[in-house]
Design a binder for this molecule. Sequence first.
Ligand code: UP5
Ligand code: MG
Length: 194
Amino acid sequence: ANAERPKVVFVLGGPGAGKGTQCDNIVREFGFVHLSAGDLLREERNTPGSQYGELIDQRIKDGLIVPVEITCKLLVTAMEKSGKNKFLIDGFPRNKDNLDGWNKEMGEKVELLFVLFFDCPLDVCIQRCLKRGAAGSGRTDDNEESLKKRINTYNNDSLPIIKHFEAQNLVRRIEADKSPDDVFAEVKTLFQNV
Ligand code: UP5
Ligand code: MG
């Protein structure tokens, strides 16, 4: 039965570290399904009549993390709907609530291959997000005020999760402060055998 468990790679890193950009590359070359927790939450927020719309909207603006029950459900539903069995889970788990909730619900049901960690200086992260905001991303959190909060949450809540995976030898660290092509050259080597 183990061989049939869906394979999962968690993709982590600061805001704007390049998770989404590199996931697109991995999908193109290695046939994974890309599930961005942030994208799924934004989609849910924009769904008329969603009971979580307001909560998600506020948390995202404040750079705070949505309760795992909501995010985990969106991820699991998207996994099932895809009919596929290799997933990049981008931007999740980003705190202990996320990790515990996922482990309880999905820990035994999937095979966690590794954690792809885009290590990017935070000043570079901020500049990238501000640039994206100025170019009209429409994201309510691509502004200086929200970015301060996103960085705080990353430092306080998300880095400990990366450390937790490091202690399990699951982290594959990528230097993300390079051109997208140079980053992908490094990323590629990790997917050659999976
Ligand atoms: N760019 C990318 N790579 C570059 C490179 N090598 N050199 C120069 N520029 C590069 O890239 C960001 C920008 O930088 C783009 O303009 C890109 O062209 C450029 P991107 O690939 O989008 O980076 P990514 O790491 O995906 O950045 P993102 O802003 O999506 O990261 P966040 O982790 O902040 O956002 P996410 O969407 O995951 O989460 C948003 C919010 O949702 C969270 O703050 C939280 O409130 C909520 N959330 C939860 O509550 N729970 C979750 O599980 C997930 C999210
Ligand atoms: Mg993203």
